[in-house]
Design a protein around this ligand. Structure first.
Ligand code: DX5
Ligand code: ZN
Length: 240
């Protein structure tokens, strides 16, 4: 089991907006260094995109890579499973160090059971909404989920353009969560998030943002400023 000191507590304590750099956009030959660099630059979580070449048309990493990364940083690992089925791999990702595990409802027949399994393993449970996935699927399961992850692109690749059509879904999910008394709900957005679209997501009700390209562009010297811009703050002025 992961044993980093916050025990998952910081997952809900990081405020006001959680920034989760996606290592999909990092240098895969230097993953450990890249994870340390974004953590030192102020990242709240590390977003890890797991793809199987079946559920999405790309293949990335498995539990062994997550396990190898775990000792490098103590920020929570936000593991986005783009695999089908997901259930047989939940335990392996949790044991590798995942703190949050998110699944697509289309990846299996029993979403509620999958969420129960994730929580039983001691992780936070997330549901991912593809651009075509209806928000209503979660309506009667609000107490069974910790994180709602809205895809603002079709999953599989970084570097795509933000779909503004998904802002309404963020608003709708926030309203549904509030109506269910879940004002603490984590609503995260993934895909094409940059300083401009980040602001729109936050205004719509998001409190966590995934960003690959927008964090990793410019290399390690730029990471802190890139993260600052995503928070809606000004980057530090260049040194004279
Ligand atoms: C794509 C992944 C995203 C991706 C986002 O399927 O889920 O996390 O890394 O990349 P950007 O921020 O470049 O759109
Ligand atoms: Zn992702």
């Amino acid at each position: 089991m992961p044993s980093h000191p916050d025990g998952g507590y910081r997952i809900l304590m990081s405020a006001p907006v959680i920034i989760a750099p996606s290592i999909l956009a990092s240098d895969f030959a230097r993953l450990g260094e890249e994870a340390r660099a974004v953590a030192a630059a102020g990242a709240d979580w590390l977003h890890i995109d797991v793809m199987d070449g079946h559920f999405v048309p790309n293949i990335t990493i498995g539990p062994d890579v997550v396990k190898a990364l775990r000792p490098h940083v103590d920020i929570p690992f936000d593991v986005h499973l783009m695999i089908a089925p997901a259930d047989p791999y939940l335990e392996a990702f949790r044991e590798a160090g995942a703190d949050l595990i998110s699944v697509h409802p289309e990846a299996g027949p029993h979403l509620n059971r999958t969420l129960q399994r994730i929580r039983a393993l001691g992780a936070k449970a997330g549901v991912v909404f593809n651009p075509s996935t209806q928000p209503d699927i979660i309506q009667y399961m609000m107490d069974d989920v910790d994180l709602l992850l809205v895809m603002s692109i079709n999953p599989g690749f970084g570097g795509q353009s933000f779909m503004h059509s998904q802002l309404k879904k963020i608003e709708r999910l926030r309203a549904m969560a509030d109506a269910a008394g879940r004002t603490d709900m984590l609503i995260e957005v993934d895909g094409g998030v940059n300083a401009d679209t980040a602001r729109l997501c936050i205004e719509a009700g998001a409190n966590a943002l995934v960003a690959g390209t927008a964090v990793f562009k410019g290399g390690p010297v730029a990471y802190a400023d890139n993260i600052t811009r995503l928070r809606g703050e000004r980057a530090a002025p260049a040194a004279l």
